[in-house]
Design a protein. Sequence first.
Length: 227
Amino acid sequence: MNDFIRSFSPLFKRLKLKKYLLEIILLSVAMIITITALVIYVNNSQNSEEKIEIDPSRLRQDFGGQGKIFVDVSGAIKKPNIYQVDFGARIKEVIDKAGGLSDEADMIFFNRNFNLARIVTDQEKIYIPSIMEINSGIFVQNQRTLDYVSPVTGVIYNAPTTNTPIDNQLINLNSATIEELDQLPGIGQVTANKIITNRPYSNIEELLTKKVVNKSVYEKIKNLISI
């Protein structure tokens, strides 16, 4: 009897295996999908953690579509001229190209009012005032800095108490420096840069048509600017 049963055992095993064949296939497929998804996830995680290196020179060329800009440097500078610099250059780079400040430059005024780390814009004009111009009142201390007494000359530099041009002199949109534009009410460093970038202007109303400033800011400055 046992021999009889043993002779049919392979058949029983095949029938039993066939019964669970579908479940075995589905389980195998599920395991393959899980392993594949896990491998893909690990690879993506490793790629996202890799350091991305950016070529600064390539960035300068791609940003805004500009690679070179021109800056006008004059005043108490050793080599006044128009200089070509890379897009994204700082004031310090431009000053260095111009040979540095001359002996007539007011170093105290320059150090307190010029940000050497600021990025210059195309067609910008940088004017370095001399000691004589500072003492005569042609240039004044930036309104955001404190009044101070010069340890060299003993001259007091008074910051303007309002954001209006000194002695009712209108600020020319086509030639004013970023520091001069920054004196206007409602105009900061960002908007001043925008004004310079959109030069030249044929009339002051182009500040609105070129969408440089909004209507409320324009109403504040329209009597303080000229072309």
